[in-house]
Design a protein around this ligand. Structure first.
Ligand SMILES: [Fe+2]
Length: 185
């Protein structure tokens, strides 16, 4: 289940009801899905999309999404740092950002027009929808692993519009979930 933090208030929210209510108040949808179809580490993007075709079709219908792809990142992914640099600079999109996390963990930082920046740590089974126009950035947790389905309303796919506000410089991608706990043992 996702974890929400408001770093400047030293506030942390856990548990489905608290997290969903907090995010809903910010216009962000969150759902938990059951990962009923295990996928091999070597599964191709097409195999991932085929396995979750019914869910993708339902989301497309609900949100007007026209395309879906798979982002599959590991510590040894080529040009990983260059890729992450694009994600971790504050930006917005002309369309919703929809991600269904299949494996690994990451953090969305959301910068609301009023109020403090908050972080949403997501992991396997989390579906999140960040509405179009929301200022945000994204980073991976220390294990540098994520596999997620992305849905787009624009057939051109992921198009960021960078804010250049500098807000992203003040926050560390500190993850608190199971992988982090395991690393501390
Ligand atoms: Fe984005």
């Amino acid at each position: 289940m996702a974890i929400v933090r408001v770093p400047v208030q030293d506030q942390k929210l856990e548990g489905r009801d608290a997290v969903v209510a907090f995010l809903a108040a910010q216009g962000i949808e969150h759902e938990r899905w059951t990962l009923s179809r295990p996928l091999a580490q070597t599964a191709s993007a097409d195999e991932v999309l085929a396995a979750y075709d019914p869910e993708i079709a339902r989301l497309k219908q609900r949100g007007g999404y026209v395309t879906a792809d798979v982002i599959d990142v590991r510590p040894d992914t080529a040009n990983l740092e260059a890729m992450l640099a694009k994600f971790r600079s504050e930006h917005w999109h002309d369309e919703d950002e929809v991600r269904f996390i299949l494996e690994g963990r990451g953090i969305f930082f959301i910068h609301p027009p009023e109020g403090d920046v908050f972080a949403i740590e997501v992991g396997a089974g989390d579906l999140i929808r960040v509405p179009r126009g929301t200022w945000h950035w994204f980073d991976l947790c220390a294990e540098r692993r994520i596999r997620a389905i992305r849905l787009f309303q624009d057939p051109a796919g992921w198009t960021p519009r960078y804010t250049g506000s500098g807000a992203d410089a003040g926050f560390e991608p500190v993850c608190l979930g199971p992988a982090h706990v395991a690393a501390q043992r």
